[in-house]
Design a protein around this ligand. Structure first.
Ligand code: IPD
Ligand code: CA
Ligand code: CA
Length: 268
């Protein structure tokens, strides 16, 4: 993909994501059809499906040679990342979408032969777009993001964690120093949208995001945006992310990344 082609793809993808977000905003107060997937708390609505179908149609008509790896099953069967693959979460934070009508995002990562080229996270209700082009930095709307300017020691850091860490039967809760870590840091937050949590790390309003179980569509855009903002993203035990399978994640600025990852390395 040459630079002109990549910039055109970037602009087109931004227009798709904004149009998809506008459609969601316009229907935000309509009655919802809510179904469950893997368990009673794993929600999906007609808007998740409509939004992914929108991307599938747009990608097929504008870029017939590209493939779509989407959460809701309107894309392709993806077993490798050869060629250009759009990794799309049509609504990340569906529970927030249903319960709060805010704090959810559309997440689009575009990969070329496995390399993350374009990352887009659209905070739909705030109408804020986080974006990154590989090698050219990350932006919140027009503002360039630079994580190094938010650098601080772990004692002053805020880490995003979810409720998994409150379950005593969780092997990682028992065998890592997570409790000591939580005591050491300034505080924790939990926003309920992996994509927004990555975006907030890139923006510097939280210092790190640690999660134990995310799918490629949860992380595909966030990985690119945090890295382009100058941050580090690995699995919780410091390895490269596998963009085809479920993964753990530690995304943060460089000051705290090692200290958190060390807690997990011994569990490998
Ligand atoms: C979920 C959100 C949530 C994370 C879950 C994801 P969904 O995505 O990102 O923050 O903790 O693991 O599944 O289901 O709302 O697209
Ligand atoms: Ca998701
Ligand atoms: Ca989703």
């Amino acid at each position: 993909m040459d630079n002109i082609e990549r910039n055109q793809l970037f602009e087109t993808a931004k227009s798709f994501i904004r149009d998809a977000g506008t459609a969601i905003r316009e229907k935000i107060d309509q009655p919802r059809t809510i179904e469950t997937k893997s368990n009673a708390d794993d929600l999906v609505t007609e808007m998740d499906q409509e939004t992914e179908r929108f991307f599938a149609e747009k990608i097929r008509s504008h870029f017939p040679q590209h493939r779509l790896f989407g959460e809701e099953g309107f894309g392709d069967e993806i077993e490798d990342l050869d060629g250009t693959v759009w990794i799309v979460d049509p609504i990340d934070g569906t529970m927030n979408f249903v319960h709060q009508k805010r704090n959810f995002a559309i997440s689009v990562g575009i990969y070329k032969d496995g390399v993350g080229e374009i990352g887009l996270i659209y905070d739909v209700m705030e109408d804020v777009l986080y974006s990154a082009l590989h090698g050219e930095g990350a932006y919140k709307d027009g503002k360039k993001l630079d994580i190094s300017s938010y650098s601080k020691p772990i004692e002053q850091s805020i880490l995003c964690l979810n409720t998994t860490w409150m379950l005593p039967e969780n092997r990682l809760v028992q065998h890592t120093g997570i409790h000591d870590l939580v005591k050491k840091i300034r505080s924790t937050r939990s926003y309920g949208s992996a994509a927004l949590e990555f975006a907030y790390v890139a923006e510097g309003i939280i210092d790190g995001y640690l999660s134990l179980s995310l799918m490629p569509w949860d992380v595909a855009a966030g990985v690119i945006i945090v890295r382009e903002a100058g941050g580090i993203v690995t699995t919780a035990d410091g390895e490269e992310i596998d963009m085809l399978n479920r993964t753990t994640i530690m995304a943060s600025h460089s000051d705290i990344h090692n200290e958190v990852v060390e807690e997990f390395v011994e569990l490998k």
